[in-house]
Design a protein around this ligand. Structure first.
Ligand code: SF4
Length: 366
């Protein structure tokens, strides 16, 4: 996939080590990876595989399944055999489930240090993961912090969340284990943003980012974007999940949209269109609808602007790779800031596709 850096570089990516999860690199200069979690009972092998394959089809790059019971751990090998992306096991409360999951060909374990019990239990999981050469995600959650941290800080504030992560990291490091990914989740956007910022100042482990329990779409997508954009624009975040109530498949498109809008992972055309107003000189809605159909599936990091009149049209068109500024039922076509020709309104979509094919030819080795 052709992916580009933004024209106006934002903050550089926070430097982290790279952790391999089933052959997929997380952190460093690797793309921010998109992941999701199944909603099925994991022991329901057929149902879980069906959902994972639907997630893969949508572009999901890593998938997590819950392992609360021995029968869930027992299903892991069968699931792993028939899927194509790394399989992560989500463990809460019972460290024995982590140990059981590690007996199967899984790719990562996710633990919540706030609810896994004693340090010794955590150490047992770390030692076994180390023996198997598998990474662990330390998944701190504001809703289940260690009791003594709540007593120390009074509430699940960013320093408490980060201290929880650092404590677990210290335990891992004392076992000589550094294949660690960290998440610092909160359903409160401000707490999540500040937690990730604080952690990035103190550690070089890759982070999994998300706004937990965001609720039901569409608000959940907007809330996730509001929380994840500042983190991503700060250069933080190496893998992402958008937590939506219900079917997980729409999480994937939402995650890629947030990465696209923040220019952390641009991999499809960015279509810029004005909201239209009384100055509109062409049927912009019709043109954009047609363009969306024609651009569907094109994985090209190209910026195309289509504006409805000459007020901002030429300016936006000059900033885009390909642009149209409309006026009097015509479209002025721009390439890389230069006007190249005028076409009639009904020829605008075809003309844009011709320019796009040419752009693709000249940029394929970029
Ligand atoms: Fe209105 Fe022209 Fe602006 Fe579109 S570009 S919103 S038509 S002024």
């Amino acid at each position: 996939v052709l992916e580009t850096a933004p024209k106006v570089p934002g903050r550089p990516r926070h430097k982290t080590r790279v952790v391999q999860v089933g052959g997929v690199g997380i952190g460093g200069d690797e793309p921010v990876r998109v992941q999701s979690m199944t909603t099925t009972d994991t022991y329901d092998v057929e149902g879980t595989i069906k959902q994972i394959l639907a997630l893969e089809e949508a572009g999901c790059e890593l998938v997590r399944v819950t392992v609360p019971k021995p029968e869930d751990a027992g299903a892991l090998s069968k699931i792993k055999e028939r899927i194509n992306i790394p399989l992560i096991c989500d463990i809460h409360f019972d460290y024995k489930m982590a140990l059981a999951a590690l007996d199967h060909p899984v790719d990562k374990i996710r633990l919540n240090p706030g609810n896994i019990g004693t340090e010794e239990r955590f150490r047992q999981v770390v030692r076994k993961a180390k023996d198997k050469g598998l990474p662990i995600r330390i998944g701190v959650n504001a809703g289940s912090l260690e009791k003594e941290l709540i007593e120390k800080y009074g509430f699940p504030c960013p320093p408490a969340i980060v201290e929880s992560a650092l404590r677990s990291i210290e335990i891992c490091e004392s076992e000589g284990f550094r294949d660690i990914i960290v998440s610092l989740k909160s359903s409160d956007v401000l707490v999540a943003v500040e937690s990730y910022r604080l952690f990035a100042k103190l550690a070089d482990y890759p982070t999994h980012i998300g706004i937990t329990e965001a609720g039901k779409p569409p608000y959940a997508v907007t809330k996730s974007a509001a929380g994840l954009a500042p983190i991503l624009l700060d250069g933080i975040g190496d893998t992402i999940r958008i937590s939506l109530l219900g079917d997980p498949v729409p999480e994937i498109a939402a995650a890629f949209d947030i990465l696209q809008a923040t220019q952390r992972r641009v991999r499809r055309p960015e279509l810029i269109a004005c909201p239209t107003c009384g100055r509109l000189a062409i049927d912009l809605e019709k043109i954009i609808a047609e363009l969306e159909v024609r651009l569907n599936g094109k994985r090209l990091p190209v910026k195309i602007s289509v504006l409805g009149c000459v007020v901002n049209g030429p300016g936006e068109a000059r900033e885009a790779d390909i642009g149209i500024a409309a006026g009097n039922g015509q479209g002025m076509i721009f390439r890389n800031g230069e006007m190249v020709r005028r076409v009639k309104e009904e020829e605008i979509v075809d003309a844009l596709m011709v320019e796009l094919a040419d752009w693709e030819k000249t940029n394929q080795h970029r």
